[in-house]
Design a protein around this ligand. Structure first.
Ligand code: ADP
Length: 345
């Protein structure tokens, strides 16, 4: 599906098919003294099948047609003409074209089905995950409010307050989840409009920490931004969201009192910013998945979250032409590295 979206990619499969036919013809030339031409046809058939599986029907049909022409021209006597003396070869050509067409049609149908199934599976997984995330707080809110209404006369002030607190807390959670889902949808659609402005990283990190001050507790936050760090061009509100998710995670997945380090330097013409914590860390096999939508690591279950934060950060950072990755030693903490392009002076 992606292939058709990308401009310039449309002729690529056809070039590949020309390449394949060229290579198969060379192979045919090498063995034509030893093998019957009808056996050499198998090379071309292989090319048709590979092209059909990887690039779909039309490139495969082109491979089939080119193969027949190349086979006839180079590998069937009389060589270097399209004339055929031996009537038998006409059957070979006919059969080859038919097989090529059938194989390419079948494989492209299978391909389309696989893509369709994968999309359906993904949609239902996302829907399940979203509905579960939304349902849990809704059930708690409804439960708390029903208990208040049904037992109004029997409950004392403290019990009423507790129920109201539950309802409030869960409403806030619901609000966070809905906002995350909206952010995800907005940043994922590929039409994210970012308005970049030069921004001083010191101010930027300062704003992040200011917004998270209630969660910082007694953590020791060390900031180290290299002196030669130029301004970076970012959409401030969006990039703030991206960094808040990462720094918030560093706070969520580490213990109060531990250290958090935030550093920035200019490496290979890029701004390289890292956020390091000394918390739970991430297992090696999870490192590649934590940026996926709704992915939460098993042991993170007792920490509130939706599994959307990092995927939103990734979308925003990539929309800026940047890159985010994570390194970790499980049990010893995690480091998130964000690279952003710098304007050349
Ligand atoms: P969540 O809402 O669950 O925090 P994120 O997308 O922000 O979702 O993160 C995905 C998962 O990656 C988290 O559930 C957590 O398991 C893991 N993770 C993210 N940051 C850290 C970190 N600094 N230390 C340990 N684990 C982390």
């Amino acid at each position: 599906m992606q292939e058709t979206k990308m401009p310039g990619n449309k002729i690529y499969p056809y070039l590949i098919s020309v390449g394949f036919v060229f290579v198969m013809t060379l192979l045919g030339e090498l063995v034509k003294k030893k093998l019957e031409p009808t056996n050499i046809v198998m090379f071309y058939l292989l090319a048709v099948v590979i092209v059909a599986i990887r690039w779909g029907q039309w490139p495969a049909i082109m491979t089939a047609v080119l193969s027949v022409l190349a086979f006839d021209f180079f590998l069937v006597p009389p060589y270097l003409t399209l004339n055929v003396h031996d009537f038998e070869y006409l059957f070979t050509f006919g059969a080859f074209l038919a097989v090529g067409l059938i194989v390419s049609t079948l494989t492209s149908k299978v391909r389309a089905q696989i893509i369709q199934r994968q999309t359906e599976k993904l949609h239902s997984a996302l829907l399940n995950s979203i509905s579960h995330d939304l349902k849990t707080p809704l059930v708690s809110i409804t439960g708390a409010l029903s208990a208040l209404l049904d037992n109004a006369s029997k409950l004392n002030e403290q019990q009423k307050n507790e129920l109201l607190e539950t309802a409030k807390g869960e409403s806030e959670r619901l609000d966070r989840i809905v906002n995350n889902i909206l952010d995800m949808a907005r940043t994922e659609s590929g039409v994210l409009r970012i308005a970049k402005k030069p921004c001083d990283l010191r101010d930027f990190i300062g704003t992040c920490l200011e917004q998270l001050k209630d969660k910082i507790g007694s953590r020791n936050i060390k900031i180290n931004i290299s002196k030669d760090m130029p301004e970076v061009n970012v959409d401030f509100p969006f990039m703030l969201k991206a960094f808040l998710n990462v720094i918030d995670n560093a706070l969520k997945y580490s213990l109060d009192g531990s250290a958090i380090e935030i550093g920035a330097s200019c490496i290979n013409g890029k701004a390289r910013i890292f956020v390091r914590d000394y918390g739970y860390g991430i297992l090696k096999e999870d490192l590649g998945r934590i940026f996926n939508k709704f992915y939460r690591v098993q042991h993170a279950e007792n920490v509130l979250g939706t599994g959307l934060g990092l995927s939103i950060s990734k979308n925003i950072i990539e929309a800026h032409g940047g890159h985010i990755s994570a390194e970790s030693i499980f049990g010893k903490g995690a480091t998130f590295i964000i690279e952003l392009p710098l304007e050349r002076k």
